[in-house]
Write a new protein. Structure first.
Lengths: 114, 113
């Protein structure tokens, strides 16, 4: 069983479209995250939810909207896609505590905007 | 703000040679420290972590890392590199009430036969 699974794995779309990426974890963790990895491999946190509550919201365009229907799921919806949104998006989960003992990452969604 | 520096963008070693990847952090207190590995087209896998106690920590795949408070460093080592170790390696620190994980920019490891 995959611990953190993301769908789709690849997403190619045109500028201006709206798209969603889904993430599910079966580890029983209470916290989930979205990270963006740019073309230079730099990883930057975007959002984090703890028990469906948004706890981290970095400086991200408001075209990006996360949603967590329950603590096992975290989705990312992107409106009006732009060329600069092309990247690999990683979902991760952890059990919040002191410390978290590390995040478990999904295998990523490669988004290409053309 | 906390930051993580990996001074080496790209390192090339021969198979069987030893390896050391450098990581320095900037934070007022000792953060929680991690090394992750990313193989091409894959997600990130946790290699090892340091929270407290013994400053030499063992991880998976034969890797180890040493925390040196005086140097604010957490360098990753492996005594003998295998071709399958070729990947991108990320150092990360976690601190703060929201346990945000901040990554360095990564070091690409190439292994020559």
């Amino acid at each position: 069983d995959t611990a953190v699974s993301q769908t789709p794995k690849y997403l190619v779309t045109q500028m201006g479209n709206d798209k969603s990426i889904k993430c599910e974890q079966n580890l029983g963790h209470d916290t989930m995250y979205w990270y963006k990895q740019d073309s230079k491999k730099f990883l930057k946190i975007m959002f984090s939810y703890n028990n469906k509550e948004l706890i981290i919201n970095e400086t991200v365009p408001n075209r990006f909207s996360p949603k967590s229907p329950d603590k096992a799921h975290l989705n990312l919806h992107i409106n009006s896609l732009e060329l600069g949104d092309s990247a690999v998006y990683f979902c991760a989960s952890s059990q919040r505590g002191a410390p978290t003992y590390g995040y478990t990452f999904g295998s990523g969604t490669r988004l290409t905007v053309v | 703000a906390q930051s993580v520096t990996q001074p080496d963008i790209h390192i090339t070693v021969s198979e069987g040679a030893s390896l050391e990847l450098r990581c320095n952090y900037s934070y007022g207190a000792t953060p929680y420290l991690f090394w992750y590995v990313q193989s091409p087209g894959q997600g990130l896998q946790l290699l090892l972590k340091y929270f407290s106690g013994d400053t030499l920590v063992q991880g998976i795949k034969g890797f180890e890392a040493e925390f040196k408070r005086s140097q604010s460093s957490f360098n990753l080592r492996k005594p003998s590199v295998h071709w399958s170790d070729a990947a991108e390696y990320f150092c990360a620190v976690e601190r703060g009430s929201n346990y945000k994980l901040t990554f360095g920019k990564g070091t690409l490891l190439t292994v020559n036969p």
